[in-house]
Design a protein around this ligand. Structure first.
Ligand code: PMP
Length: 399
């Protein structure tokens, strides 16, 4: 027998498993609503024009050297400004520790490891539900996980009371993981007033805010507006943490480009914290990949190009918003007596449809329409060509 006869097959990833089932289906009308990657109205992946242009510029100076452990400094500086706002006080005070990361997953993983080392015994409070991989990430870093109420199935909206009650009862000194905008999988975000209340409560309870920002620009179409939760917390004086990803908003999925930043009390603390995050990165992967960092640095570094990028993000967000409207209209036209208002009320890339796992299975089996079993529809997979068929199938399996 081999060395690894005792190794059992790992369970399939719930999201990537959907893609496999979709690929194995030979119905030409099949629809993939599983993975959260943007598609255009012809269901094609998109490379942004600003990315194409940046590639041309970067190509001339082929650069294959190692980046430093913390990545490309000019990239992390611009990235932090994008998240916190150009004029954020903490940036002016030079008290932000920041490193380039392997996209959003990588920055969450680095933070989880940092937490394990430097916040010993602290638990992370995670919204119920959340992106499934959050649970894997904190498990692997041996950080204790607790949940807080977030979503209310009755209203398909935010359970704000439940959220506030659970965090009121949370242990002081804990970390609270918040989706900065476009919550995955529910598409439900707090209002600015609710963020303000939450911020005040977390200050009072001495809870550490860690923002996972994987969709800046995708919620409202406006990157600055999508940063408002973070800015509310900064204005209140929180020293927060933030994970950024350029997978969705720049369409750089496979480039694995993101940023982890932690706001510190002062410059000396930021320097120490950054050095320890780098020590973690050094042993995990030594240093991050170069190409995506050059692209983002290029795009964020020129005001006109940055504006073009804002416009392109807005275009993607708007196509999704249009599909929400069409889907809701088609469901209402189909004669469904169920409420479908949440389809347009929820925001970002996903619609938490409210259908049961059994209904999800029926959609796959009888209609070749694929989504995760929690009923999450990736709106990026909806197009003006397939929205009628999707609405009809949804009506069929729910009536
Ligand atoms: N956080 C959330 C909430 C996400 O939805 C995602 C992407 N599905 C990520 C982080 C990380 O994605 P990536 O590692 O591709 O940036």
């Amino acid at each position: 027998s081999g060395w690894f006869g005792n190794v059992e097959q790992a369970p399939k990833d719930p999201i990537l498993g959907v893609t496999e089932a979709y690929l194995a289906d030979d119905n030409p009308e099949k629809i993939n609503l599983g993975v959260g990657a943007y598609r255009d109205d012809l269901s094609k992946p998109v490379v942004l024009n600003v990315v194409r242009a940046a590639e041309e510029k970067v190509m001339g100076k082929l650069f294959m050297e190692y980046l430093p452990i913390g990545g490309l400094k000019s990239f992390t500086e611009k990235s932090v400004k994008l998240a916190y706002g150009d004029s954020a006080q903490c940036i002016q005070d030079a008290r932000v520790a920041a490193v380039q990361s392997l996209s959003g997953t990588g920055s969450c993983r680095l933070f989880a490891e940092f937490m394990h080392r430097y916040m010993p015994g602290a638990a992370v409070y995670i919204p119920k539900p959340t992106w499934a991989n959050h649970h894997n990430i904190f498990r692997d870093a041996q950080v204790e996980q607790k949940g807080f109420r977030y979503y209310k199935p009755d209203t398909r909206g935010l359970d704000f009371e439940g959220l506030m009650d659970d965090l009121q009862a949370a242990d002081e000194g804990s970390v609270v993981l918040l989706h900065a905008c476009a919550h995955n999988p529910t598409g439900v975000d707090p209002t600015p007033e609710q963020w303000q209340q939450l911020s005040k409560l977390m200050l009072k309870k001495h809870l550490y805010p860690f923002f996972d920002m994987a969709y800046q620009g995708f919620a409202s179409g406006d990157c600055d507006r999508d940063g408002q939760a973070i800015r509310i917390f900064l204005d209140d004086g929180h020293n927060l943490g933030c994970s950024q990803s350029y997978a969705k908003n720049m369409g750089l999925y496979g480039q694995r480009i993101g940023c982890l930043s932690l706001v510190c009390a002062d410059k000396a603390e930021a320097s120490a914290v950054e050095s320890q995050i780098k020590a973690i990165a050094r042993a995990m992967y030594s240093n991050p990949p170069v190409h995506g960092a050059l692209l983002v640095d290029n795009i964020l570094g020129t005001p006109e190009i940055k504006q073009q990028w804002y416009d392109e993000v807005k275009g993607m967000a708007e196509r999704i918003i249009d599909m929400r409207t069409l889907l809701q209209q088609n469901l209402e036209k189909s004669g469904s007596s169920l409420p479908w208002k949440h389809v347009t009320e929820q925001i970002g890339m996903f619609c938490f449809s409210g259908i049961s796992p059994e209904q999800v299975d029926l959609l796959a089996k009888e209609h070749s329409i694929y989504m995760t079993r929690n009923g999450r529809i990736s709106m990026a997979g909806v197009t003006s060509r397939n929205v009628d068929r999707l609405a009809a199938a949804l009506h069929k399996v729910t009536s």
